[in-house]
Design a protein around this ligand. Structure first.
Ligand code: FNR
Length: 360
């Protein structure tokens, strides 16, 4: 490969070369047949752009505002597990890249660095992603620590009452006991709490009874706004509004949970219509190009999140790799906006894209 890396997809190739197979498979893989994993990317590719010409595009403005925080472009960092498997500096490198790029990083509940370490490492705006475990005290503790160390919102991931079945991980015997041998890897207490005698990362510790009415409990333990991640239908979008979600993330967990769920881009409009501009709707899953970001915005998202691209950048080149991935996506978005005749994000409209539904 030439020295100059010109696309996010090239980082995936570099990450594959850099990582042991077990870790690469853990990051890249999806559930069962990996149908949803592939669809997330393919459905973006089915959407066609409808540019306008002879528009003054000498200045392109990409910054936007999410829950009151200005970011340099509508591209945020999705919560993904255990960055130290990708690079020794782990989440700290990712967070520094987020700060340099001026975007929001959502720190994973299963991060390999603590909420405090990440907070101390940079001044990026950070949200904290939460899974609710049977031991509710762990959620209380982590949410309060996140709040105390300046995280600005809680992202409740709702699509993981149990772990999805990733067959490569099963074959590779990918499990935390093995990871625990790596010094310093797991620093959040759920995984380092020897007294609880839990088998980390297994289904037993997750509270699969947690449901809509329990959001009231979550609200009672924090003053931070709560976004709900993992919404794929108008019904659930409506419920999220009813329980007072401050934002919605249209997500199928990057195709890692329930296989044969739809590509996120194909259900975005339905969710946006149900939400009706009351709160921001974000999207993740399969965003690999600036044109993908443009398509998501045209269909009503306020911003997108990227998961694997960040990990691939981190695995290949550490902090500089994450920075490069984010800047490539931003530069591609800027070019797309210019060529499509959209000098500002507000100019990107539904009529700038044609989907399968429009062809019926
Ligand atoms: C994830 N995702 C995820 N989501 C979450 O809420 N908490 C988590 O700890 C993780 N962990 C995680 C690990 C890895 C390796 C991946 C790839 C994904 C899902 C993530 O937030 C996001 O929904 C997807 O990654 C988006 O899809 P792309 O951008 O990877 O295609």
């Amino acid at each position: 490969m030439a020295d100059e890396i010109v696309s996010v997809n090239e980082f995936q190739v570099l990450a594959r070369q850099a990582l042991p197979k077990m870790y690469y498979d853990f990051y890249a893989g999806g559930a069962e047949d990996e149908h949803t994993l592939k669809k997330n990317v393919q459905e973006f590719q089915r959407i066609i752009l409808q540019p306008r010409v002879l528009v003054d595009v000498s200045n392109i403005a990409m910054s936007t505002n999410i829950l009151g925080y200005t970011i340099s472009a509508p591209i945020m960092i999705a919560p993904t597990a255990m960055h130290k498997l990708a690079h020794p500096e782990g989440e700290l490198a990712t967070a520094r890249a987020a700060a340099e790029f001026n975007t929001i990083m959502i720190l994973s509940f299963t991060a390999s660095s603590s909420v405090e370490e990440v907070a101390a490492s940079c001044d990026a705006v950070r949200f904290f992603q939460l899974y609710v475990l049977k031991r509710r005290d762990i959620a209380v503790n982590l949410v309060q620590r996140a709040e105390k160390s300046g995280y600005k919102a809680i992202v409740l991931t709702a699509d993981r009452p149990r772990r999805g079945r990733k067959e490569a991980d099963i074959k590779n015997k990918m499990n935390l006991p093995q990871l625990k041998n790596l010094e310093g890897l797991i620093s959040i207490e759920v995984f380092s709490d020897k007294s609880s005698n839990t088998k980390p990362y297994t289904n037993e510790i997750f509270d699969s009874s947690f449901c809509w009415r329990d959001i009231a409990w979550l609200k009672s333990i924090t003053n931070l706004p709560i976004l709900i991640k993992g919404i794929l239908t108008r019904e659930d979008a409506t419920k999220a509004m009813e329980v007072g979600a401050a934002g919605i993330i249209v997500s199928n967990h990057g195709g890692r949970q329930l296989d044969y769920t739809p590509a996120t881009i194909s259900v975005l409009e339905e969710v946006v219509q149900a939400v009706g501009r009351k709160v921001p709707v974000l999207l993740d899953g399969g965003v690999r190009r600036g044109t993908d970001v443009f398509k998501a915005l045209a269909l009503g998202a306020q911003a997108v999140l990227v998961g694997r691209p960040v990990i691939y950048g981190l695995a290949a080149k550490g902090e500089a790799g994450v920075r490069k991935v984010m800047h490539m996506l931003k530069d591609e978005l800027e070019l797309t906006m210019a060529l499509a005749g959209c000098p500002t994000l507000k100019d990107i409209s539904r009529s700038h894209v044609r989907t399968d539904r429009d062809r019926l």
